[in-house]
Design a protein around this ligand. Structure first.
Ligand SMILES: C[S@@+](CC[C@H](N)C(=O)[O-])C[C@H]1O[C@@H](n2cnc3c(N)ncnc32)[C@H](O)[C@@H]1O
Length: 263
């Protein structure tokens, strides 16, 4: 049995490896190096969490979720305003090479406006909610000469029939409780379930961006999943987000990492 204990002023970390064949390096010191690296990194991460936690807003009580596939939602229920700077940063990332852009989830049309302002050759939007498609039809009227089209349906049904794009902007939410458990509670990041589909629908060199749900850096786990599907990742950060104390979304930090994943 291999045992490691790291004692710090504020907490202790203990790791016990039960299977002697687990992490089976050619030399013992290599195993030590890997384990020490992981323990040190985890300890530093706990200190970083301590720092960000001091700036968390209070948030709201967690409530059960009704199916919202076809719910009639207010602007606030679709997307709270504090996310607008994130939409801006994502729109700039996804349009870096202009071309043909796919956006998943029209919502309030904030991201769509910003994508249009950045300038693109074509803009395809996938949206499943009938009332939000109604909002899109109204919004579309301000851009009569642009190449903008909507595919009405779940991306799971619509995307297989679409070709490849130069950029994909993904911003949906879980539609029902079982999606929430699978896509948020049991995932590294919400958009993880979409990574392989994004990669399958991008040209070589195409760009993918999504709401990362990462506060101040990208976890190793998150990076590893991205590198399964993309050749490179570039990170930036949006800070000073103006979250209300009683924010409804499950997000409490005043920053979020913006990911540009390139195929
Ligand atoms: C948070 S809103 C998007 C907000 C948008 N980025 C904006 O700037 O206004 C999420 C949108 O994704 C749509 N959506 C959620 N799941 C979807 C799915 N599986 N397929 C298609 N649309 C989906 C919702 O109906 C909603 O309009």
């Amino acid at each position: 049995m291999t045992r490691r204990i790291k004692r710090l002023a504020e907490f202790d970390l203990s790791l016990q490896i039960k299977d002697p064949a687990f992490i089976n390096t050619p030399r013992d010191y290599q195993k030590n190096w890997l384990l020490n690296r992981s323990m040190n990194e985890f300890a530093r991460d706990v200190y970083a969490m301590h720092d960000v936690a001091s700036k968390f807003v209070q948030g709201s009580d967690v409530q059960g979720m009704d199916d919202r596939t076809q719910a009639e939602l207010t602007d606030f229920e679709i997307m709270e305003d504090w996310q607008i700077p994130i939409m801006q940063a994502m729109a700039e990332v996804v349009t870096a090479k202009r071309g043909n852009i796919l956006e998943i989830g029209f919502g309030r049309g904030v991201g769509s406006n910003l994508i249009q302002q950045c300038g693109v050759d074509s803009h395809t939007i996938i949206e499943c909610n009938d009332s939000i498609v109604g909002r899109f039809e109204e919004w579309r009227k301000q851009y009569p000469d642009r190449d903008i089209s909507i595919k009405h349906g779940l991306w799971q049904d619509v995307l297989p029939n679409l070709a490849e794009f130069n950029g994909i902007f993904f911003h949906t939410y879980p539609l029902k409780e079982s999606d929430y458990v699978e896509q948020i509670a049991n995932s590294t990041t919400f958009a993880e379930h979409f990574f392989e589909h994004a990669a399958n629908h991008l040209h070589k060199g195409g760009i993918f961006t999504y709401l990362s749900n990462e506060i101040d850096s990208l976890s190793r786990d998150h990076q590893r999943i991205l590198f399964k599907h993309f050749d490179s990742i570039e990170l930036s950060m949006v800070s000073n987000l103006n979250l209300p104390q009683q924010v409804k979304d499950q997000w409490w930090a005043d920053s979020m990492v913006i990911v540009k994943a390139t195929k």
